[in-house]
Design a protein. Structure first.
Length: 283
């Protein structure tokens, strides 16, 4: 690399990029695992050949060049391990190839089995919370990485024009590439047509028809972002009243978004139509 760097952190960064544990890298490079551990902890002065085998096994490139060599200066060091500053209770580093996060409350720790079922005070927690944690199962880890990527990459926009009438409101949550992961639909209603009187005597209202989020992307705040964009658009359009009909758990979700429970209780209606035997209903 163009600038002097410590070998230990650089090797850990390469291992993370290659998704290799110390044992896996050692086996791939043909060196003892203890050698990898001692190099990363700066307690060993390895031979050049050992360093070369480890770097190549981790998918890196080891270059020796003259000062000012353009090829050397064009190289970029690997991204550092983001959690290298964290230590466990024994003062040890966490595995470089895994994702480590701080534990601030029980839901941050997979070992807190009671977090989803019991609202316990800290004094009654069955086990103390660790300072940080990680997931050994790579399937779960990759799912968590995908979740974090979706949380940051999803974009919310209002769909207008085309076949969408001006009184129909449609908001979508999309990933790069156009994959749809959430949708909100609403429509404007005219109170003066329902109750009579002059149109100017009634404030414009919007009725929320529904909020849908793909099952695998729920609990990421996508629904809240859709409702937030909807309410912001109401303010921009000069509409001050939004109505919605919801069932549990949608009631609690809308209340968390600023809605309040109204006194009126609409009646749920249903109509069943007879279908002839051997004939499928139209789709």
């Amino acid at each position: 690399m163009a600038e002097p760097t410590a070998l230990g952190p650089a090797l850990r960064a390469l291992r993370r990029r290659a998704d290799l544990s110390q044992r896996e890298l050692a086996a791939k490079a043909g060196v003892p695992k203890s050698t990898v551990a001692r190099i990363e902890s700066a307690t060993a002065d390895p031979r050049f050949g050992t360093v070369e085998r480890l770097v190549r096994a981790a998918g890196g490139l080891l270059v020796i060049g003259a000062s000012g060599d353009l090829a050397v200066n064009a190289l970029a060091p690997p991204e550092p391990v983001p959690h290298d500053g964290l230590r466990d209770e024994a003062g040890r580093r966490y595995p470089a190839h895994l994702d480590v996060w701080e534990v601030r409350e029980p839901k941050d720790w997979p070992g807190a089995w009671w977090a989803e079922w019991y609202n316990l005070s800290p004094a009654r927690w069955p086990r103390p919370l660790p300072l940080a944690t990680y997931e050994l199962n790579r399937t779960y880890r990759d799912r968590r990485r995908r979740t974090e990527w979706v949380r940051e990459a999803v974009a919310v926009r209002r769909v207008t024009g085309g076949r969408v009438p001006a009184t129909c409101w449609r908001f979508v949550a999309e990933l790069p590439g156009g994959d749809l992961v959430g949708e909100l639909r609403a429509h404007e209603q005219s109170p003066h047509l329902q109750w009579g009187g002059d149109e100017r005597e009634w404030a414009r209202e919007v009725v929320m028809d529904g909020v849908l989020v793909a099952a695998e992307h729920r609990r990421l705040g996508i629904g809240t972002r859709l409702v937030g964009a909807f309410l912001e658009e109401m303010t921009t359009s000069g509409i001050g009243i939004a109505r919605a009909i919801a069932e549990h758990p949608g009631v609690n979700f809308l209340i968390s978004c600023g809605f309040r429970q109204a006194g009126a209780r609409p009646v749920a209606l249903r109509q069943d139509r007879a279908v002839s035997a051997g004939r499928r209903p139209p789709r």
